[in-house]
Design a binder for this molecule. Sequence first.
Ligand code: URA
Ligand code: SF4
Length: 201
Amino acid sequence: MTNKNKHDAAWESAWKDLKARVGECQKCDLCRTRTNTVFGQGNIDSPLVFVGEGPGAEEDESGLAFVGRAGQLLTKILSSGDIDRESAFIANVVKCRPPENRTPLPEEMMACGDWLEAQLLLLRPKIVVCLGNVALKWILKTTEGITALRGRWFDWRGIQVFAMFHPSFLLRNDSRSKGSPKDLTWHDVQDLKKRLVSIGD
Ligand code: URA
Ligand code: SF4
């Protein structure tokens, strides 16, 4: 199976199959409390994929990633860097909502990470942006936190990885003063845009 051409029948059937398997997944206990799985959505042809943590209440209700308050802030952040969120693909490390929006447990991330890995291997983006600690930890297997690693570029299997603060963190840290998480994020999104332009997108 090739994953170069996402419009060939083999790719399409692998993607559809993956989506169906996620939709009925019971690999961890989060399946018991979910309303919907959240596979992720967006442009499958994009060189850019965003990875968040996991669905919140609105995402669990709608089955769509980043549609609540954090999602609205994400849209704003991206447009401040002249990036249209619809042009990218957006997914999460865990596909089912953790109760009370708690951080996913390591075993939940392990179980669900297989789905994300399969998604990334099929999508083959040029850039993966980790939004916050959970995505960063899952991709880089690092114990270093987002505050130390944001704004930096890494490699994951030949894909460029960029770390940014999670929009929910920015909702809780609203200051725009110099050096604040919001200010740093504004710089990060400009840097991301520059990289996108340099890879010809
Ligand atoms: N937070 C996330 O990490 N993902 C979502 O889809 C929504 C909020
Ligand atoms: Fe399956 Fe992931 Fe949902 Fe757990 S969180 S049940 S691994 S889809």
